[in-house]
Design a protein around this ligand. Structure first.
Ligand code: SF4
Length: 952
């Protein structure tokens, strides 16, 4: 059922007077995404030629002809649909709006989508490949040809691979987003080279989910929920927030209630029915108290627990000799969580016991229509933060709201995986610079420890690609990154693939300009709701110019300057690594349609789209082939209602010779789990050892963490007990996002920088008064490795005892660096004051400047904010590997001589702290000499033989 908006009197009058379009009169156009409502958008049959009055010519009524080309946003992972208006006279993009055919975003975007236009037109962007012409980091650059770049890098890689130094090639990704492509490329090279940003992002939450169900992310069906619990600011920011927030609003319009756990009054918290201001890191205590209420009051879903949880395994392991009966499981549960009273949770978190009980009862009443979400937030910020998602999911399990209508499904159910034309075998290498043996359960690569690994001499990199990735600025401990990047004995060649200059690109050997969303190809599919879809990011001007009859062979020919797209870059590079095919690499880049010839970008996508279920039929119905369909609409809904996938029958071929455990129903074939028998039905279940939801984790027992075999609560490194408020100690929440900013790529968007350009430290009125700090006062925020100087924002919008600072702002460039991102970068001086002691001082803040864009001379803001992440040491969680972002800080008034924006860091001290956290690990091998449990997936999974320490 979709919500039908009743127009207000003002809307009705405005529609009649044609001040606004008729929003309520007619049905949506055919083909618009399910539930899209009505979005003002020209019908697709007119997209090749659409005439509108030119807004800039007003009051003259001048008509402009446009071609409308769909693509997908690249400014966060959600991949919302965009529709570009290409001026047919100038063949330039004039604006980007929402694409109503995109099943997730349904025509809606956040501010960052339309602001893509700024990024394309930015006066400071990199337009040509640049090579450093002096010492690394010295700021001297020369323009070079793409040919020379490709030849240089490919020959270096060829040598490394031929010499068996495959692990010296690394691809480090900041903003990902082309489904399947790099897996294809890296496997073709036989390189275990994928290194991602995930361990400073979401791997804490992912690990908690993976322990339960093998899948590592939640996919809430918010639109159909009766009760929604968020541990995030998901109405305004975070992953998939635009697709999610529109569905949360739909649910609320139908009467659903919203509860939010957040110490900060985010916009989301302000919209909630229950804002629970928990002390950071205590969220699992709150969830376990809710679980206790649900269990004690019998609000749990017996059917789901009995059939889909591995309680038999738990009883057998923990209560040997006790009859394996469901009633005994419930009794054991009650005993297990008896200490998690609402009063205990209140003592830990500050959330009133009465609120915890009330919310728990509402969750129980919502039953299978209970949706939840956590992505980063508390799970990315605390030692043991992975228990946040694990205990949150416990509530879904108890209510049986896993994969139901209005519940929370595993991510993979809603994500489409494309099949490429050539699927190289998994790599036969395991790169210990990415996944070292100390972290056998780390959910993703330990990317943020790379500088320390290199410093310790664990290895070196010969060719290091950074892709839309800016660790110097976004990661903790950025000065250690600078030290590593400057050292040519540790990193032989650094190529930064980036659409814009960045603090990391300053320390590269090559800066290679890559396209923004309307300048590149990618396939995208994400778990935004209970459906499954793919979207096509495509280079808008290439498509438009081809339609106008031009011959375009490569995307860069249609882009500005010599801006390439990555797909074509990787194909070209791979071809040149193995030009005669003798290394067995080139074959993977050959066309499936023209044997022996290099694959074209159209062929690559044509092959994939021809194999998307139902797409060929949908295309044929319009007289198109699948590629043409995707070029026309930019997105396709593969499935619309995806529920209860765990009940899917086991494939008949897997049933032959299968054995079934009579106690648990586990079905095994050749020693491998293939499904589970539930109520006499053979179901595929979940990809866990038990094929069920794992309340009890034998894996944690086997891998030396038996104390965490059940969902539990781990006191965070910033627990209240560790704080001495008398000394000005607080927990700093540095993780919250500003809804209109992107980590590293809003610096070149004038509209976004105009909206948000400072990041003061939130401090409660009570704490401000106790410290004698008033609004706007300059304060020194001391971390374990240094400090930063910022202004205080005294507010009632944060829990006392907690301070918060957004991490999006504080961008910089030095005198010697290119003039770049000047909407947001402070000009700074960086000096070294002894070994490892770094000082950064702002010399010039944001200023107007002259350029071809008249807006650059109209900049009215003069504050570029403060770079805080660089003052944080690394805090790798010893189990999940997640960087624990929260910091114990000491707040004091600024010292004499301190200036706004000052930063000081001691990297010697940060190395010591790395060692302290490293000593908390319990390294591999695990059972059987494994470096990682075989059932646990890992990104770009290499060959199974590499999982064994002595064989890898
Ligand atoms: S939520 Fe905003 S930034 Fe993210 S993809 Fe959608 S429009 Fe782009």
């Amino acid at each position: 059922m979709s919500y039908k908006h009743k127009p207000s009197v003002i809307e009705t009058v405005a529609e009649k007077l044609k001040i606004i379009p008729d929003l309520h009169g007619s049905e949506p156009a055919k083909g618009f995404a399910t539930g899209s409502g009505q979005i003002a958008c020209p019908p697709p049959e007119h997209w090749d030629h659409w005439v509108e009055l030119d807004s800039k010519s007003w009051p003259e009524r001048k008509e402009k002809a446009y071609m409308l080309v769909p693509t997908a946003c690249f400014n966060c992972e959600a991949g919302c649909g965009l529709l570009a208006y290409v001026d047919k006279e100038t063949m330039t993009m004039r604006k980007l709006v929402g694409n109503p055919f995109h099943p997730a975003s349904r025509g809606r975007n956040c501010a960052k989508g339309p602001a893509t236009l700024n990024q394309i037109e930015d006066q400071d962007r990199v337009l040509y490949p640049m090579k450093r012409a002096g010492a690394r980091g010295a700021g001297k650059w020369e323009r070079v040809s793409w040919d020379s770049v490709l030849d240089d890098i490919s020959s270096r890689m060829r040598k490394a691979i031929k010499e068996g130094r495959n692990n010296e090639i690394s691809y480090h990704v900041g903003r990902p987003g082309h489904e399947g492509f790099m897996e294809w490329v890296l496997r073709a090279w036989n390189v275990d080279g994928h290194n991602s940003h995930t361990n400073i992002c979401s791997s804490g939450a992912r690990f908690g989910y993976a322990l339960w169900e093998g899948f590592d992310r939640p996919s809430p069906d918010h639109a159909n929920a009766r009760f929604i619990l968020l541990i995030s600011a998901h109405l305004e920011s975070g992953h998939y927030f635009n697709p999610h927030s529109q569905r949360i609003i739909e649910a609320r319009m139908k009467g659903a209630k919203l509860a939010v756990l957040d110490p900060r009054l985010s916009n989301t918290a302000s919209m909630s029915d229950y804002w629970m201001t928990s002390y950071p890191g205590t969220e699992p205590a709150v969830m376990l108290a809710m679980a206790r209420v649900i269990i004690d009051e019998g609000l749990y879903n017996r059917d789901y627990l009995e059939n889909w949880v591995n309680w038999q395994e738990y009883l057998q392991a923990e209560y040997p000799g006790t009859p394996v009966l469901f009633e005994n499981f419930i009794e054991a549960l009650k005993k297990e969580y008896a200490s998690y009273t609402p009063e205990f949770a209140e003592k830990e978190s500050g959330v009133p016991a009465a609120t915890i009980i009330e919310v728990a009862r509402k969750i129980g009443e919502a039953g299978t229509q209970f949706s939840t979400h956590v992505w980063r937030s508390a799970s990315s910020a605390n030692l043991g933060g992975w228990e946040v998602s694990r205990t949150l999911h416990f509530l879904n399990v108890l209510t049986g709201s896993v994969g139901t209508v209005g519940g929370t499904a595993p991510s993979a159910w809603n994500k489409f995986k494309p099949h490429t034309h050539a699927e190289p075998k998994p790599q036969t290498h395991w790169n210990e610079l990415h996944l070292p043996n100390e972290y056998p359960l780390a959910h993703f690569e330990m990317s943020f420890l790379l500088p320390h690994f290199l410093k310790e001499g664990r290895g070196k990199l010969d060719v290091y690609f950074t892709r839309v990735f800016n660790p110097v600025w976004t990661y903790p401990d950025g000065f250690s990154w600078i030290e590593a990047l400057e050292d040519e004995s540790k990193i032989g060649l650094h190529a930064a693939l980036t659409p814009t200059w960045s603090e990391t690109a300053y320390f590269a050997d090559y800066v290679l300009p890559m396209g923004h969303s309307p300048e590149r190809h990618d396939i995208i599919s994400y778990e935004t709701h209970a459906g499954k879809w793919i979207a096509f990011r495509q280079p808008v001007l290439r498509v438009a110019r081809k339609k106008m009859g031009e011959k375009i062979d490569y995307t860069w020919q249609a882009n500005v300057g010599e801006v390439w797209e990555e797909d074509e870059f990787w194909i070209e590079l791979t071809w040149r690594i193995d030009p005669d095919g003798s290394m067995g690499i080139r074959q993977y880049c050959e066309s499936p349609y023209r044997p022996g010839q290099k694959i074209t970008i159209d062929e690559y996508y044509r092959y994939i789209f021809e194999r998307v279920p139902k797409l060929p039929e949908a295309a044929a119905a319009e007289g198109l082939d699948p590629l043409q369909y995707m070029q026309k609409y930019g997105a396709f809904e593969v499935e619309s209602k995806v529920y209860d996938v765990n009940e899917k029958p086991v494939a008949p071929s897997d049933l032959e010779g299968v054995s079934v455990d009579p106690a648990t129903g586990l079905m095994k074939k050749n020693g491998k789990a293939v499904g589970v028998e539930v109520n006499g039905k053979s179901c595929t279940g979940f990809p866990t050892p038990s094929r069920k939801q794992e309340f009890y984790s034998q894996t944690m027992v086997d891998w030396k963490w038996p104390e965490y075999r059940l969902p539990g609560y781990i006191k965070s490194h910033i627990h209240e007990e560790t704080m001495d408020h008398g000394k000005g100690e607080f927990v700093l929440v540095p993780t919250f996002r500003l809804p209109v900013l992107i980590h590293s790529r809003s610096g070149n968007s004038k509209w976004l920088a105009e909206i948000a350009n400072r990041n003061p430290v939130w401090i409660s009125a009570t704490d401000g008064a106790a410290l004698g700090i008033q609004n706007g006062d300059l304060i020194r925020v001391n971390t374990d490795i240094g400090y930063f100087i910022n202004r205080a924002w005294v507010t009632e919008g944060i829990r006392p005892g907690v301070v918060a600072c957004s991490h999006h702002i504080g961008r910089w460039r030095r005198e010697q660096d290119p003039s770049c991102n000047r909407w947001s970068t402070n000009k700074v001086n960086i000096s070294r004051e002894g070994k490892g002691k770094w000082k950064l001082r702002v010399e010039e803040s944001i200023m107007p400047f002259e350029s071809e864009d008249p807006d650059t001379s109209r900049i009215f803001w003069s504050d570029g904010g403060v770079h805080q992440n660089i003052t944080f040491p690394v805090h790798p969680d010893p189990i999940s590997g997640m960087h624990c972002w929260h910091q114990k800080v000491r707040i004091e008034k600024a010292h004499e001589g301190d200036l706004y924006g000052d930063v000081f860091v001691d990297t010697e001290r940060s190395f010591q702290i790395y060692k302290e956290w490293l000593s908390m690990t319990r390294p591999a091998p695990g059972p059987g000499g494994l470096r990682r449990p075989l059932w646990m997936n890992r990104p770009f999974r290499p060959d199974e033989s590499t999982f064994y320490i002595n064989k890898g």
